[in-house]
Ligand binder design. Sequence first.
Ligand code: NAD
Length: 358
Amino acid sequence: MHPFVYNANPGRVIFGPGSHSLIASEIQAMNAGKALVLATPSQSEAAHRLSDQLGELSAGVFDQAVMHVPIETAKAGIEAADKMNAGCTIAVGGGSTIGLAKAIALETGKPILAVPTTYAGSEMTPIWGLTEEGVKTTGRDPKVLPRTVIYDPELLVTLPDFITGPSGMNAIAHCVEALYAENANPIISMMAEEGIRAIGRSLENAVKQQEDIAARSDTLYGAWLAGASLGAVGMALHHKLCHTLGGSFNLPHAEVHTIIIPYVTAYNTLAAPDAIGRVAKALGVEKSEDAAGALFDLNTAIGAKMTLSELGMTEADLDKAADIATRNPYYNPRPITRESIRRLLDDAFHGRRPNVDQ
Ligand code: NAD
């Protein structure tokens, strides 16, 4: 056993179909006054319904959450919370809505009750993000960690198949990188392996039978473990590459993670055989060398986009992407060279089956 440091993130988790009915009692238990209900414009109707049900406990609705938390949206949210005398927020939605609640908490300290409706995992992390003039800044602050999280699989039956699949693979990617993190520890590794197992066995059903509550429960349970892993240990090549591709080429967040994770897994297989062996075991294949192929097959099974070209990248972008992704040194179990990353990107651009002997 390697020496390790383990910091537990505090938080109360309530899990189960129908558990959204506990939102009112959990708001009362937080003892922080009235709650501002946050949502994206597309989930506005559900937010207004919830606010009506909460009656006196609701301060109102702010339904302008958007991806990557533009600073203007954060300011408008803080203003709305003050104007409506909200002492806390309820974020019912995905990473964008929870991101807005975090921005409000960062400035005002107002505690968050998060009710995630995707698999992104932000509710389990003390990581905040804010975007100003196109540049996203992120940081860590325990203030932004939701105080209570309600995971209700029933709320995910409306998540369309084309969001469900990539969102689940995004969660798996958090788990894969947690297993070989520089500061990996045995507790988080157990959670990460179990997260891959839970999502691996259920994601195809969640995509193909959206209302399958058993599949939605398993995927959401896995997403919880994935979010906790992301919040507790550092990430490596995969997250760096996806950040580069998303930020510099304006590619969709979860879809990029979905395409890239089999290739990074292949890239790191020989350098982190124990960690990748656990990925393989969780996906029901025998050898660590088969883990990348199993992730590739899962992508095929869920009908995901399989090539960077389908996301709008051009072949000419690959050199620039390899340059940006290798400009600054960062931890990865296998050393990073521009040439090897350029090759990885080429495979992902064309959607070739990943090969561990890269
Ligand atoms: P999202 O929150 O933008 O949701 C995508 C779309 O799906 C939105 O239009 C949303 O309204 C809709 N939607 C969500 N749940 C739904 C449901 N159950 N039924 C129908 N529609 C639904 O996307 P996301 O992938 O959850 O979050 C992405 C954002 O989260 C990014 O900005 C990313 O950087 C951030 N993120 C942050 C962390 C962190 O730790 N800070 C972790 C993961 C992701």
